[in-house]
Design a binder for this molecule. Structure first.
Ligand code: EPU
Length: 335
């Protein structure tokens, strides 16, 4: 365990916001977690982070940040169809994807290139190109920091939904996720329901290597490389509207993209709304709307969290006025 007083969080958030915290506590081994309880770290104000890829720090954080950096993948069980892998929460998501690809485990290839760590993939139910983490997660293991008891939650108990889970709702800030157990397919199978991906592929010649390369190409054609430009991916969630609301909008914007939701409503593409409202490529100092994907806000250099948040608020206000839609942030805003 490493404890860094008054540490800068610049290298711990992909938005590259330069704020500090009281203490940065870095956990490298699962066994160190018990010392956190002994030191009563969870009884003071704190925040747990993984890859920091879905956060916007608006101010210096006047408390402790606990950064989970545990690593490791263990095969729990396998049969001829599936393999069950227990993966440490601090493992970099993409390293885990690479591991699956090199072992010919299917199901995760559409999620290649997503920034962040394995623990946060369960909190956030990350998703891309027709696949979500919930499709692969078998169970989530960790500690309830209030009761200090360990827990195992099966997939059905995690209340996964679009970019959400019980860890963002009922159990928000109450759980320290230690491991996630994933179930991957050993049989060749692909999810090509996402039109933009399918149209890039020659379906007569599929392989894990080929599909994952095409996914990466598609991502890179729209999303910024976080090693070069600060960003937390999509800043807002795609909004859900009623059928009646959609009908009204279609009269003004006949090309509006919409998808059916399970509960009979319609999901719109927030990126398209922001684009139609004229925000794509807009830059205000170092805070900007990414020119290739309007749903992504970026930090071109030295933007503060407040500058990014101000830009986000202006966009929200404008989308409310133009479309009567409240855009909800997908990014976790830490004030
Ligand atoms: N669109 C525009 N203009 C834009 C951006 C998008 O017209 O500036 C249109 C696109 O042409 C497309 C539609 O909007 O028809 C949807 O766009 P896209 O396929 O890029 O997907 P998205 O809904 O904007 C979601 C996820 C992404 C994920 C992609 C691919 C959310 C909030 N975002 O974006 O996830 O990579 O689908 O599956 O659900 C993330 O969560 O950080 C993230 C990047």
């Amino acid at each position: 365990m490493e404890i860094l007083p008054k540490a800068s969080l610049l290298d711990y958030n992909t938005f590259k916001i330069d704020v500090s915290c009281q203490q940065l506590i870095i956990i490298e081994e699962e066994s160190e977690i018990t010392s956190l309880f002994k030191a009563k770290v969870f009884e003071e104000k704190h925040f747990i982070i993984g890859g920091g890829s879905n956060l916007l720090f608006v101010n210096d954080y006047d408390a402790n940040i606990i950064h989970i950096r545990t690593k490791g993948i263990e095969t729990v069980e396998e049969d001829s169809d599936f393999v069950y892998l227990r993966v440490a929460a601090g493992m970099v998501w993409n390293d885990f994807v690479d591991y699956c690809l090199s072992n010919q485990y299917y199901g995760i290839e559409n999620l290649i290139g997503i920034p962040g760590c394995v623990g946060s993939s369960a909190v956030q139910n990350v998703g891309a190109y027709g696949v979500e983490a919930k499709d692969l997660i078998y169970q989530v293991e960790g500690y309830n920091i209030r009761t200090k008891n360990d827990f195992v939650l099966y997939n059905a108990d995690c209340e996964f939904s679009y970019r959400s889970s019980i860890f963002k709702t009922k159990l928000k800030n109450q759980c320290l996720i230690v491991n996630v157990v994933f179930r991957l397919s050993k049989k060749e199978t692909y999810n090509l329901e996402y039109e933009a991906l399918r149209s890039r592929l020659d379906e007569s010649d599929l392989s894990l290597q080929y599909v994952s390369e095409m996914v990466l190409e598609l991502r890179n054609s729209k999303l910024p490389d976080i090693s070069e430009i600060g960003s937390a991916g999509s800043f807002f969630k795609n909004p859900i509207v009623s059928n009646q609301h959609l009908r009204q909008l279609l009269q003004l914007y006949p090309n509006l993209i919409h998808y059916d939701t399970d509960d009979g409503n319609k999901k719109l593409a927030a990126g398209q709304l922001i684009d139609l409202a004229g925000w794509k490529g807009v830059r205000d100092g170092d805070a900007g709307v990414y020119p290739l994907q309007a749903l992504v806000l970026v930090n071109y250099g030295k933007a503060t969290g407040k500058e990014i948040l101000d830009l986000a608020k202006k966009i929200q206000q404008d989308i409310l006025e133009k479309f009567n839609i409240n855009l909800e942030p997908e990014v976790n805003i830490i004030q």
